[in-house]
Every structure is written in structure tokens, then in C-alpha cells.
Design a protein around this ligand. Structure first.
Ligand code: ATP
Length: 671
């Protein structure tokens, strides 16, 4: 199997997911994200089975980021569904009372779009269960049973899978009490998120209802039990079109066949919550939300799978069983904290951060961090158009330096150990518009690393203490990736020199301190350092004001690479590159003349100049522009550039350049 075929298959789905998300079509976005995860899982399993070396595609820069992104986005949707469901509590209720248990059937239509094939509802059954050793029951078990009319309940459970997939049920009970598989249409996708092993899944047998993980903890904290995961069924026709994330809940029976596209039924009527509708065990929202703190997504399809883990995973060591026992609500997840960053296999390989068992106070701190993690994954992980080395004119020295510091160590980690261990800080400094940011973006593309792009504004919070937590979460998340680059643009605004004059704001001082501490932890806290398998994190920064950077920070930038104004050769390449897709009449001599005329121009000045010159032929047409065909537009020539040179002036002064060179002589890394 070729990497490209995998990517060809998966990336269009991912694009669809992003598009749907952009359109706020959360459900379809979720379905697509899940599909991406499933496809990725399939590819990876296929490769392993066929004995292939890791696919090139699997190491593509966007791959890991995409994975996390998908899981994260899927989790967000689950949160919305859960919240909506619990808020309204008007899912279809068909109470069945038996001597030992009672159940409630429900069906939740999912908003969809009339032009898209989409699962139209999730239905299932909530079962009241009698906790072990407890006389009066309060627990519920949820078993989503069908998925629109297209889904038939599976016959096997995955209780044993959930347990055996981790090999160690005690671990399971510590990490995720009540951990079990759910009969969740999305469960198979989610199972890929936590990388439940195939062999474990192959063992799945049993009834549709089961308990798994630690029995005690299940009964104490995980009212929801569930059945086997199964693949996403073929979507039935759309039933409703609802664009809001508030999901209107249907009164239709789960067995009602889906309506054809052409005759959508009227929107469902909301049923206000009434205690009478829950004759056996009144459904206490508060209790549910409290309990939901400890629900596993494996047991509830509307909770992000592994959510409790995600929080605990902030600490590398799972809480001891003692902790679990002493704390019935073992995970401090608040409903507001969903979704969480997923615990991926890569994350499992590289547990980092603080150590020790998780206490409740730790948990509450971690609990908060998960919000920051989410913010980081959604806002700080860069998903921009890729920039390749070839897009950047010149700057060969800087490119080589970056290759040595980042690209090669990330791609061949086994070669870069001990003395060859890569640097953990690299600074690009120089006048504005010389391509520093472009270089960083090219690193992101070429290093196949998760790229965190931050600036002062993304780390600053109006709430006291939140900025530090954001910084902590940033480094924690970065350390969980196999390779990651934290790119800080305008680093001087975050790590400016601290002063004693008292005019520095306390919060910015704390932010700096936290950043420096976390940065140091990169070299201290890598547990597998000796084996060379430690996560690679590089802090790459750019600045126009290198002299403003705090000394302690400067020390951590082991490499400080000067990005100067472009040399004549670079300007020539840059201009040729800009013109190569344009209709122009510039000869090589013209280009050489232009190169001389642009002495002192930065890369961005040259781009601006070329853009202005390209407007020249249109400007000369005046009103005739409206009637002239594209082929009749005259080509760009040297005169257009000469005219533009009068308006587009260099943005960097020669005094400014002198200062950069001075600093470079004093602190720069020179070959
Ligand atoms: N070497 C180069 N090759 C191609 N384009 C360049 C180069 N240098 C600069 N540019 C152009 O200049 C624009 C700005 O570049 P970039 O943002 O990387 O500069 P910077 O050094 O980060 O600026 P600042 O310090 O102001 O953030 C780019 O979008 C690109 O069009």
C-alpha cells in the first residue's frame, strides 16, 4: 500500500470534515472526523499486517496533527450532544419496568443537511442498574441501540476487549473505572483513538450488555454500561434538517423507518422534562452531571472516549487504586471541561510532566488544564498551507542550520543522541520581512512534526494565572507528541528582558518565568532520554528585536541565526520566482538591473514591489480595463517596476541593519 493512496483516500474526508465544521455542520463534521480516524486506523493496521515499514504518509507533518485534531473535534461534538441531551432531557422515553431493572428507550435525531447522506438519529436504551451491594439503585446504563433505522444491534460485547486490550485490568480500573465498550455507532472510530489492539477486539464476545473494568468502580462511578463497538453503519436518508448544535429531540419511535429525502417530516416537538416521564428512577440532572465526571466514553457514546484518562494523563502516572477507592468520583472532569485531548498511542509512549499519583487537588488543577489543552489543540496547532524550502529564495545558511537542528534529528532520531542531541531552542532574528516566519513554516512542513504556532496574544489571558496554565499545557501537549515544534513569533514580546524597575506587569513576569521553567523541563523531564526515544520538542522563535530578549531566554536559544536582508543572488531568485507564472517581458538583463535597484529591500518589500508592478499594465488601461480581454493585457515590463520603485520603498533603514549585525557579531551563531 502506498502512502499516497492512503492520503488520497483520507485527506478528502478530512477536508470535508473541516468544511462541515466551517459550516457549523457539527454532526457531519463529526461523522467525517470519525471516518478519518477509522480510515487511518485501517491503513495502519493494513500496513502492519502486510509487513510494510511505516508509511511515508504516516509521518507526514499533518498526520499526527490531523489525528489529534480529529479526535479533539469529535470530542467536542460529543460534548455538545451530551449537553444538549441532558439539558433538555426530552429524548424519546419508553419506560419498561421489570422486576430487577427498568430501561428507557431513546432516540436522538441528529441535525443533518438535506443534500448529505447522514445518519439521522441515534437511539438506544438507558438501563437502570442495581449497584452491587446497594439496596436502592441509582445507576443507569446506557446502550445506544440503533443508529437511525439502518443499524442493527451487534451481538457481541467488548467487555473483555476493553479489559484485555490494555492487558491489565487493574490499570484499567485506575485509569478509567468502568471502562467498557459501548454499542456506539462511533465506538469503532473511538477505539482507534485509544488504539485498542486488534487482538483484544477479536476476543470480544458476550451479551449486548456488560460491565467491564473494575467491577467496583463500575458500580460506584460508572452507571453506564454498554455493548460492543461496531463500525459506522450506512447512513439512512435524512430525517430533519437542523443547523443548530442544539439538537431537537424526536418523539419518533426508534423503529420508525427513516423518511425519504423528498418528504422530510415536520421538525420534532420538544418534550419538556417531566419527572413523571421517569417513573422508576427520577433522572437527576445534577447527579448525572456529577456522575458524568467519571463516565467513560466507552460506556457512553456521548462522552469523549477516554476523557477521564485525558485529565489524568496530565500526570504520567495513573492514580493508584488507593486513590480510586478513596475517591468515588475518580475523575474530576467537569461537564464544562469536555472535550479533552485524546490519549493517543503516541501519548502513551511518551508520558511526561509531573509525576506521582493523582490526588484530588491535582485533579482539579489538571481538570482546568484540559481546557487549556483543548484551546491549544484548536487554536495553536498550526494548520496553514505548507511552505517548502523551495518557496524560500536564498537563505541557504539558515536553511542548513534548521535542517541540522530540526529536520534531521526529527527524521533520524537514532542518529542524534548524546553529544549529537539536537538543540531545544533556536532563534531566527533579523529585520522584518526577511522570511523568518516562512522558514519556520517550512520547518513545520519538512520536519513532519506537530507545529504549535504561538504569539504573545495567544498566550495572554485576562484571567490571572491562566496564561501560565496555558504555557504549561502547551509544553505538556507538545511533549506528548513524538516530534513537535513550538514556534513563537515575536518572542521579544513574551520573553523580553525582566527588569527591576517595577514597571513590568506581574502577570507578564509570571508568564515569562513559567515559560522558562517549562522550557527547561524539556531537557530535564525526558524519561527515555538515554534510549534516544524521548519526545523531540524544539522551541523555535523569531524576532526583530533580539536585543530585547531576556538573558535567561537567550541562553536557551543555543542557536541564534541571523536572517539578513536578501543578497543580490537571493533577490534575483525571489524576483524570478515571483514572475514565473506571470505574463512579463523582462529579460535577464532587466532582472539584473532590477536586482541592483532593489538593494536594501527585504523579501516582503520585493514581494510588495512585484505585486505593485504587476498592477502597472492594468493601471495604464484605465477605464478600458473593463472591456479588455485577459489576453490583451500588456505584459509586465521593467518600466512598471521602475514606476513601482518610487512608491514601494525599502522598509528597513541602514542604521537598523547595523544594529542587527552588531548583535549578530556578539551573540549570533556564525559559521
Ligand atoms: N526569502 C524569501 N523568499 C520568498 N519570499 C520571501 C522571502 N522573504 C520574505 N518573503 C516574503 O515576505 C513575506 C513576509 O515574510 P515573513 O513573514 O517570513 O517575514 P518575517 O521575517 O517573519 O517578518 P516579521 O519579522 O515582520 O514577522 C512572505 O510572505 C514572502 O512573501
Amino acid at each position: 500500500m502506498e502512502a499516497s493512496s492512503d492520503l488520497d483516500r483520507i485527506l478528502p474526508i478530512a477536508s470535508r470534515a473541516l468544511l462541515c465544521e466551517g459550516n457549523k455542520d457539527w454532526t457531519l463534521a463529526y461523522v467525517n472526523y470519525c471516518k478519518v480516524i477509522e480510515e487511518m486506523k485501517k491503513s495502519s493496521e493494513m500496513r502492519t499486517r502486510q509487513g510494510f515499514a511505516p508509511l511515508k504518509g504516516a509521518e507526514e507533518c499533518s498526520w499526527n496533527g490531523l489525528y489529534d485534531n480529529c479526535v479533539n473535534k469529535a470530542g467536542r461534538l460529543r460534548k455538545l450532544i451530551l449537553e444538549t441531551e441532558m439539558e433538555r432531557q426530552n429524548f424519546q422515553v419508553t419506560p419498561k419496568i421489570t422486576q430487577k431493572k427498568s430501561s428507557i428507550d431513546y432516540q436522538i435525531p441528529i441535525p443533518g443537511r438535506s443534500h448529505t447522506p447522514l445518519q439521522n438519529s441515534i437511539s438506544g436504551r438507558l438501563i437502570y442498574k442495581q449497584p452491587r451491594g446497594v439496596q436502592s439503585e441509582t445507576n443507569l446504563s446506557a446502550t445506544p441501540r440503533s443508529y437511525g433505522s439502518a443499524y442493527s444491534p451487534p451481538s457481541a460485547s467488548a467487555a473483555s476487549a476493553a479489559t484485555s486490550s490494555f492487558g491489565d485490568s487493574s490499570f484499567l480500573s485506575k485509569r478509567s473505572p468502568g471502562f467498557g465498550k459501548t454499542e456506539d455507532p462511533f465506538a469503532s472510530f473511538n477505539s482507534s483513538a485509544t488504539k485498542v489492539s486488534d487482538s483484544a477486539r477479536a476476543n470480544t464476545t458476550g451479551s449486548p450488555f456488560f460491565l467491564s473494568g473494575s467491577p467496583d468502580s463500575v458500580n460506584q462511578t460508572y452507571p453506564f454500561t454498554s455493548a460492543k463497538s461496531h463500525p459506522l453503519p450506512k447512513p439512512p436518508p435524512i430525517q430533519h434538517t437542523v443547523s443548530s448544535v442544539c439538537i431537537p429531540l424526536s418523539k419518533t419511535n426508534s423503529s420508525t423507518p427513516a423518511q425519504p429525502l423528498t418528504s422530510p417530516p415536520p421538525p420534532p416537538k420538544s418534550t419538556p422534562y417531566s419527572p413523571a416521564a421517569y417513573p422508576v428512577s427520577p433522572f437527576d440532572r445534577q447527579t448525572f452531571m456529577n456522575n458524568s465526571k467519571s463516565y467513560s466514553s466507552d460506556t457512553n457514546p456521548y462522552i469523549t472516549k477516554g476523557a477521564p484518562n485525558d485529565v489524568n494523563d496530565f500526570t504520567p502516572t495513573p492514580p493508584s487504586s488507593g486513590d480510586i477507592k478513596s475517591s468515588p468520583t475518580t475523575s474530576p472532569i467537569d461537564s464544562n471541561d469536555l472535550p479533552f485531548i485524546k490519549q493517543t498511542a503516541r501519548q502513551t509512549q511518551h508520558p511526561t510532566g509531573s509525576s506521582g499519583p493523582t490526588t484530588q487537588s491535582d485533579n482539579s488543577q489538571n481538570n482546568q488544564l484540559s481546557d487549556f489543552e483543548s484551546a491549544i489543540m484548536s487554536e495553536i496547532v498550526a494548520n496553514h498551507d505548507p511552505v517548502y524550502w523551495s518557496d524560500i529564495a536564498g537563505l541557504e545558511e539558515a536553511k542548513n542550520s534548521l535542517k541540522e537542528a530540526v529536520i534531521y534529528p526529527f527524521l533520524r532520531p537514532e542518529l542524534f543522541r548524546g553529544l549529537r542531541e539536537p538543540v531545544q531552542g533556536m532563534l531566527l532574528f533579523g529585520p522584518p520581512g526577511t522570511g523568518k516566519t516562512m522558514l519556520a513554516r517550512a520547518v513545520a512542513t519538512e520536519a513532519k512534526a506537530t507545529f504549535f504556532s504561538i504569539s504573545a496574544s495567544s498566550l495572554t489571558s485576562k484571567y490571572l494565572g491562566d496564561s501560565e496554565k496555558l504555557v504549561r499545557a502547551l509544553f505538556e501537549v507538545a511533549k506528548r507528541q513524538t516530534c513537535s515544534v513550538i514556534f513563537v513569533d515575536e518572542i521579544d514580546s513574551i520573553l523580553s528582558a525582566r527588569n527591576d524597575a517595577g514597571n513590568e506587569h506581574e502577570s507578564s513576569r509570571r508568564l515569562k518565568t513559567e515559560f522558562l521553567i517549562q522550557w527547561s523541563s524539556l531537557s530535564n523531564a525526558a524519561p527515555e532520554k538515554a534510549t534516544g526515544n524521548s519526545p523531540r520538542v524544539l522551541v523555535l522563535a523569531a524576532t526583530n528585536l533580539p536585543w530585547c530578549i531576556d538573558e535567561a531566554a537567550r541562553r536557551r536559544f543555543v542557536k541564534r541565526t541571523y536572517i539578513p536582508l536578501p543578497e543580490p543572488e537571493t533577490r534575483h531568485k525571489h524576483l524570478s520566482h515571483l514572475l514565473h507564472n506571470q505574463v512579463h517581458a523582462l529579460t535577464n538583463d532587466d532582472l539584473n538591473e532590477l536586482v541592483e535597484l532593489t538593494e536594501g529591500y527585504s523579501g516582503s518589500d520585493i514581494t510588495a514591489l512585484a505585486k505593485d508592478a504587476a498592477m502597472g499594465p492594468l493601471r495604464n488601461l484605465g477605464e478600458a480595463l473593463l472591456t479588455t480581454s485577459a489576453e490583451q493585457i500588456p505584459p509586465i515590463d521593467l518600466n512598471h517596476f521602475k514606476t513601482s520603485l518610487k512608491t514601494i520603498r525599502p522598509s528597513v533603514s541602514s542604521e537598523g541593519i547595523y544594529r542587527y549585525e552588531e548583535w549578530n557579531n556578539q551573540f549570533g551563531s556564525q559559521r
